[in-house]
Design a protein around this ligand. Sequence first.
Ligand code: NAD
Length: 283
Amino acid sequence: MTQIIDGKQISKQIKDELKDKVSKYKSEGTEISMAVIMVGNDPASAVYVNNKKKACEYIGIRSLSYELPEETTEAELLELIDKLNNDPSVNGILVQLPVPKHIDDNKIIRAISPLKDVDGFHTQNVGSLCIGEKGFVSCTPAGIIQLLKRSGIEIAGKECVVIGRSNIVGKPMALLLLQENATVTVCHSKTKDLKEVTKRADILVVAIGKPKMITSEYVKDGAVVIDVGIHRNENNQLCGDVDYDDVYEKCSYITPVPGGVGPMTIAMLMNNCVESVALQMSE
Ligand code: NAD
């Protein structure tokens, strides 16, 4: 019988745990705040930013909103980041990506203090993850580890295949699974015989960005299938990179879209923000 991994419920559990931590911090006189910066008015970004602000409110984190016009220059954005880096009352800084084309996103990510980089994108945090040191971890893959652990799925010793090698999902995902003692294979657009590789997976993480590409032919009987993709189909309904209906019967566990990985990303962002306090205190 296939089990559906309920990301909504698990993310709520995490947010409730964080709410308790935040209220404990408050009772000790520490308020946590996160600066959320959005440049331009991309409608999808506006939805994400709004959801992040709502999550902050739920948990008790103060969110400082910076909604900057599309014409904002790179220098102006860097200046704001510098100001927030040096403001001790700001714990986390998040710049909603993508930024307009005239701004170099890598330069922006590198400008955020690694101690306030709650997205976990700064090269210093990526390096820390690589060598197993403390630091912020990219939220989506960190959320997937929580989905697996909180569903009682053993990772150590398992064959894990990650499809996708992006800096924000695929690569950190592979590193986290390795840290959990899995045997990890990373596939990408140049992988030959993708099906042959994915059919070895006990745990298959799919982050390709192609709607419903992964059908049952790619999946081993009894595998755990984690779908990171988010798309709108021709009927304007959300779907993932996995053909859910086709794969469902074949796997032991599966994440739905929506309600699987998606809600975990925000929960882990909140987690990073709460963790930032201890990280900043230890400096
Ligand atoms: P990306 O476009 O940066 O990377 C896609 C990866 O897939 C690349 O590494 C590429 O090599 C690989 N790929 C492309 N075509 C392939 C093929 N035919 N066979 C094998 N590999 C192939 O995307 P991303 O940022 O990693 O995101 C992946 C998906 O996850 C997107 O749908 C995105 O919207 C979604 N996403 C969801 C969340 C969430 O919170 N749920 C967060 C981030 C991304």
